[in-house]
Design a protein around this ligand. Sequence first.
Ligand SMILES: [Zn+2]
Length: 340
Amino acid sequence: MRGAVLHAPGDVRVEERDDPRILVPTDAVIRLSATCVCGSDLWPYRGIEKLDGPSPMGHEYVGVVEEVGSDVANVRPGQFVIGSFFASDNTCEICRAGYQTSCIHREPVGAGGAQAEYLRVPLADGTLVATPDLPPQELVPSLLAASDVLGTGWFGAVAAEAGPGKTVAVVGDGAVGLLGVLAARQLGAERIIAMSRHESRQSLATDFGATDIVAERGDEGIARIKDLTDGLGAHSVIEAVGTQESMMQAIRSTRPGGHVGYVGVAHDVALPGDELFFSHVHLHGGPAPVRRFLPDLIDLIWNRTIDPGRVFDLTLPLEQAAEGYRAMDERRAIKALLQP
Ligand SMILES: [Zn+2]
């Protein structure tokens, strides 16, 4: 099969890879209908995250089940399925508490490289959720978004306790931040402040439900959030970047007693304990347990209540994956969808 492999920073190639096979009876193999480039793929692409030799890339996937192992009971060949970046059994105590990305049996699905024609999915029964039927083509981008960025933005909003009567601020205008805006709207937030300096992203944030835009960042951004909230700060702040600056911007934009939901993959973030102590801010986040939300998100997409697929503003054949990485690295594209 064809698949994207990162050889060195900046060097993504689509090349021949071995077809994935069923390795253990709980596996499934799916034929991908669509896949995409994640903001987190840019960390190794930019050389910020170390690379141990050539790596198959991609961890976001939707597709049709091709084959299942002998122990798989919940999905069958021919079904259209969605899963998250960590495979989970969905039965252990941690999964049942809603933290499937910390499943005691979790396995990274991305190890198999989802930017490819086929993908092995471990723990298929717990990991994959089938759609009611084969989806019409126009729903595929939104269902693909549910595999990671929508589920991650949603967890950010839930962790930040977005809801009726709340003012929610969103730090980060990548796909996750924009879908954090959408999630906050769906969860009933009263006011949603998107922090973005890019016009196209500001306009998508507004379409997704943002009521205010703040273009400033850092201390100026925090001051603007305070201005908009009677000097108090937001009730809920979604952090969707993962840097020291964005994390501190999120914490300092939150009022005492408020909540930060942090879902940007943290890189060298160090929190000052004394400032945290006096802030009275709740912090919750981590790798989003997308599997918790998948059934509801699929429903919302299937009923056409939400259209998260709009974050894909570039669609390319899989063979041109390298251009997708370049476009996202240079911020010419919010998110690149790849068609195998
Ligand atoms: Zn589990």
